[in-house]
Write a protein that binds this ligand. Structure first.
Ligand code: S3P
Length: 453
């Protein structure tokens, strides 16, 4: 498949997961971090010179970003597996795209690119798949309008939308109303091509890959603590962004699936190698350990400016835990798989402050509850909290789960099916290719054979 296409015209691909005959064993390496991969391409495109990237995630979401940047004049080329070369156009140098930009399933691509487009003085049309078209964009178009950009969107600020970037942008100080790295990044990216200093204040720290990459490419950035525990990120506009090599670490959000699989399939002992452990992403590890998970970090190192380790995982009894709301931004994509672990644990797991899960690739709060209920799990939603009650034994399973264009729901429920008494089926495995194209063969290498139905 050419590297800028997504297989939208194929039929749904149902998949079934059943208990493996033997424990999971072996060592696997997860693909590159999705958040860092998007940003590597974007910063490479905005810099002067050639950026060499290794370990890039070649999932559909990231390929959509590559295609969009190419359509606006950046030179983006695949050299070998995970090795990409970006010839940047320089800050402010992107050109009007000749056609609609289709970002598929990717919220990160859409929101961050809108930030970039907000201070490029041309008009672009942006759309995505049914999932992305249903997601809120006002959270970025509202702050980006303050720079002087103009947006014309569907009802509720949704895609498709047209953006005309500001010719004379005005720098902003913006306090995030929701804890969102995507909104923070969109504002900082708009601020990059704006004279003066743009600041974003976040009360709960979210993933900081944009900040790290701004520094890596030579932008002037300051991060100061705010009273009450938050922080203020300030970027000086119109720096000379210089190309810089990037090594993308493995994605902790992808690692979460084989890690939990090895925890809940009795007798398993597996290593998931090359996992990024940036503190703003490490909430799942803390939560699983509080539940009694046996996970050891080996070979701790720093790669491409990010902490990385191999995770050695041993199956064992898990107990319920209280997961506080302030942890949510550090594990926002991991709640489906944490809820799966909780359903195999003994006791009550209370996951608090999950309102943002309602606006992910699908309504994950409702989807987790519905799917677990179908699998015979005692589960409830109270306000923005999710409560899962386990008895320390695997749930019955035996259900068909609708994945609703959501890769993480698909993978989480397949992992659950490796432990349940009866197999769990999902209606469509295609969304998995957005973030983890080799999920099925990787799980097979551990001994978990997921079968088409
Ligand atoms: C991401 C931020 C998170 C996360 C998404 C990737 C990013 O979204 O859910 O998968 O790369 O900045 P929010 O910022 O909307 O929480």
């Amino acid at each position: 498949m050419p590297d800028d296409q997504t297989p939208r015209d194929t039929a749904a691909s149902p998949l079934s997961a059943a208990r493996p005959k033997a424990p999971l064993t072996g060592e696997v390496m997860v693909p590159g971090d999705k958040s860092i991969s998007h940003r590597a391409l974007m910063f490479g495109a905005l810099a002067v010179g050639r950026t060499e990237i290794s370990g890039l995630l070649e999932g559909e979401d990231v390929l959509a970003t590559a295609a969009a940047l190419r359509a606006m004049g950046a030179g983006i080329e695949r050299i070998a597996a995970g090795r990409w070369r970006v010839d940047g156009v320089g800050l402010g140098g992107l050109a009007e795209p000749a056609d609609v930009i289709d970002l598929g399933n990717s919220g990160t691509a859409a929101r961050l690119l809108l930030g970039i487009l907000a201070t490029h003085p041309f008009t672009a049309f942006v759309t995505g798949d049914a999932s992305l078209r249903s997601r809120p964009m006002r959270r970025v178009t509202e702050p980006l309008s303050r720079f002087g950009a103009q947006f014309m969107s569907r009802e509720g600020g949704r895609l498709p939308l047209a953006v005309t970037g500001a010719a004379n942008p005005v720098p902003q100080t913006y306090r995030l109303p929701v804890p969102s790295a995507q909104v923070k990044s969109a504002v900082l990216l708009a601020g990059l091509n704006t004279p003066g200093t743009t600041s974003v204040i976040e009360t709960t720290p979210s993933r900081d890959h944009t900040e790290r990459m701004l520094g890596h490419f030579g932008a002037k950035l300051t991060i100061e603590p705010e009273e009450g525990g938050g922080r203020r990120v300030c970027v000086a506009g119109q720096p000379e962004l210089m190309a810089a090599p990037i090594v993308v670490p493995g994605d902790p959000s992808s690692a979460a699936f084989p890690v939990v699989a090895a925890l809940i399939v009795p007798g398993s002992e597996a290593t998931v190698a090359n996992v990024g452990l940036n503190l703003t992403r490490a909430g799942l590890l803390s939560s699983l350990r509080e539940m009694g998970a046996d996970i050891t970090l080996v070979n701790e190192r720093t790669e491409g400016g990010e902490p990385v380790a191999d995770l050695r995982v041993r199956a064992g009894a898990l107990t319920g835990a209280e997961i506080p709301p302030e942890r949510a931004p550090t594990m926002i994509d991991e709640y489906p798989i944490l809820a799966v672990a909780a359903s195999c644990a003994k006791g009550r797991t209370v996951m608090r402050g999950l309102g943002e899960l309602r606006v992910k690739e699908s309504d994950r709060l409702a989807g987790i509850a519905e799917g677990l209920q179908r699998c015979g799990v005692n589960v409830a939603i109270e306000g923005d909290d999710l409560i899962v009650e386990g008895d320390g034994r695997p749930p019955p399973g035996g259900a068909l789960i609708r994945t609703r264009l959501d890769h993480r729901m698909a993978m989480a429920f397949l992992v659950l099916g490796l432990a349940t008494k009866a197999p769990v089926r999902i209606d469509d495995a295609r969304p998995i290719a957005t973030s983890f194209p080799d999920f099925v063969p990787l799980m097979a290498r551990l001994g978990a054979h997921l079968t088409p139905v």
